[in-house]
Design a protein around this ligand. Structure first.
Ligand SMILES: [Zn+2]
Length: 112
Protein backbone atom coordinates (compact mmCIF):
# COMPACT_ATOMS: atom_id res chain seq x y z
CA UNK A 1 0.00 0.00 0.00
CA UNK A 2 1.26 3.48 -0.78
CA UNK A 3 2.32 5.28 2.35
CA UNK A 4 1.01 8.55 0.96
CA UNK A 5 -2.59 7.38 0.97
CA UNK A 6 -4.68 10.26 2.14
CA UNK A 7 -7.43 9.84 4.66
CA UNK A 8 -10.21 12.28 5.15
CA UNK A 9 -12.13 13.22 8.28
CA UNK A 10 -12.25 10.34 10.70
CA UNK A 11 -15.42 11.60 12.31
CA UNK A 12 -16.31 8.52 14.29
CA UNK A 13 -19.64 8.78 16.03
CA UNK A 14 -20.29 12.23 14.63
CA UNK A 15 -22.57 12.50 11.64
CA UNK A 16 -21.24 15.43 9.70
CA UNK A 17 -20.00 15.72 6.19
CA UNK A 18 -16.78 13.90 5.43
CA UNK A 19 -15.69 16.31 2.73
CA UNK A 20 -15.54 20.06 2.40
CA UNK A 21 -17.52 21.94 -0.19
CA UNK A 22 -14.27 22.66 -1.98
CA UNK A 23 -13.11 19.03 -1.99
CA UNK A 24 -11.44 18.64 -5.37
CA UNK A 25 -13.48 15.57 -6.15
CA UNK A 26 -16.71 17.59 -6.10
CA UNK A 27 -15.59 19.39 -9.24
CA UNK A 28 -14.10 16.32 -10.92
CA UNK A 29 -15.67 14.81 -14.05
CA UNK A 30 -17.44 12.31 -11.85
CA UNK A 31 -19.45 15.02 -10.14
CA UNK A 32 -22.19 14.65 -12.72
CA UNK A 33 -22.93 11.28 -11.11
CA UNK A 34 -24.73 13.16 -8.34
CA UNK A 35 -28.07 11.58 -7.58
CA UNK A 36 -27.32 8.38 -9.50
CA UNK A 37 -27.95 4.90 -8.11
CA UNK A 38 -25.10 2.44 -7.74
CA UNK A 39 -24.77 -1.23 -7.00
CA UNK A 40 -21.82 -3.01 -5.46
CA UNK A 41 -20.00 -5.32 -7.84
CA UNK A 42 -16.82 -7.26 -8.02
CA UNK A 43 -14.88 -6.00 -10.97
CA UNK A 44 -14.91 -8.45 -13.88
CA UNK A 45 -13.24 -7.97 -17.21
CA UNK A 46 -15.55 -7.53 -20.13
CA UNK A 47 -12.84 -8.06 -22.73
CA UNK A 48 -9.54 -9.91 -22.58
CA UNK A 49 -7.55 -6.74 -23.20
CA UNK A 50 -9.51 -4.66 -20.70
CA UNK A 51 -7.94 -5.20 -17.32
CA UNK A 52 -9.19 -2.27 -15.27
CA UNK A 53 -11.59 0.62 -14.87
CA UNK A 54 -10.96 3.84 -13.00
CA UNK A 55 -12.81 5.49 -10.17
CA UNK A 56 -14.63 8.48 -11.64
CA UNK A 57 -13.36 10.66 -8.82
CA UNK A 58 -9.89 9.74 -7.63
CA UNK A 59 -8.75 7.53 -10.51
CA UNK A 60 -8.19 4.52 -8.29
CA UNK A 61 -8.27 1.30 -10.27
CA UNK A 62 -10.84 -1.45 -10.13
CA UNK A 63 -9.06 -4.48 -11.50
CA UNK A 64 -8.66 -8.23 -11.28
CA UNK A 65 -4.90 -7.95 -11.44
CA UNK A 66 -3.20 -8.95 -8.22
CA UNK A 67 -0.38 -6.49 -8.81
CA UNK A 68 -1.68 -3.70 -11.01
CA UNK A 69 0.65 -1.14 -12.46
CA UNK A 70 -0.19 1.75 -10.19
CA UNK A 71 2.06 4.51 -8.99
CA UNK A 72 0.18 6.45 -6.39
CA UNK A 73 -3.39 5.32 -6.84
CA UNK A 74 -5.22 2.83 -4.70
CA UNK A 75 -6.76 -0.17 -6.34
CA UNK A 76 -9.68 -2.41 -5.52
CA UNK A 77 -11.09 -5.74 -6.65
CA UNK A 78 -14.59 -4.29 -6.65
CA UNK A 79 -16.46 -1.06 -6.34
CA UNK A 80 -19.69 0.79 -6.89
CA UNK A 81 -20.94 0.82 -10.46
CA UNK A 82 -23.84 2.78 -11.85
CA UNK A 83 -26.95 0.63 -11.72
CA UNK A 84 -28.65 2.04 -14.81
CA UNK A 85 -27.50 0.40 -18.04
CA UNK A 86 -27.77 3.76 -19.79
CA UNK A 87 -24.94 5.04 -17.62
CA UNK A 88 -22.58 2.61 -19.28
CA UNK A 89 -20.98 1.23 -16.14
CA UNK A 90 -19.18 4.09 -14.43
CA UNK A 91 -17.18 3.07 -11.38
CA UNK A 92 -16.67 4.72 -8.03
CA UNK A 93 -14.19 3.24 -5.57
CA UNK A 94 -15.32 2.28 -2.05
CA UNK A 95 -13.42 5.17 -0.49
CA UNK A 96 -14.99 7.85 -2.66
CA UNK A 97 -18.45 6.33 -2.43
CA UNK A 98 -18.30 6.41 1.34
CA UNK A 99 -16.91 9.91 1.52
CA UNK A 100 -18.92 11.54 -1.25
CA UNK A 101 -22.26 9.76 -1.05
CA UNK A 102 -23.77 12.39 1.21
CA UNK A 103 -22.42 15.44 -0.59
CA UNK A 104 -23.36 14.16 -4.04
CA UNK A 105 -26.43 12.13 -3.09
CA UNK A 106 -24.96 8.88 -4.40
CA UNK A 107 -27.48 6.13 -3.77
CA UNK A 108 -26.83 2.45 -3.13
CA UNK A 109 -29.20 -0.23 -4.27
CA UNK A 110 -29.44 -3.38 -2.22
CA UNK A 111 -29.73 -5.72 -5.16
CA UNK A 112 -26.74 -6.91 -7.10
ZN1 LIG B 1 -12.18 6.99 -5.76
Amino acid sequence: MPSSTRRWGAAAGCHHRLVDDDDWRLSSPGADLAGHTFRWAEWVRRRDDWDHDHCEFCWAKMTDLSKPDTDDHEYFSGGWVTAAASDGGRWVCPTCFRELSESLDLRATATG
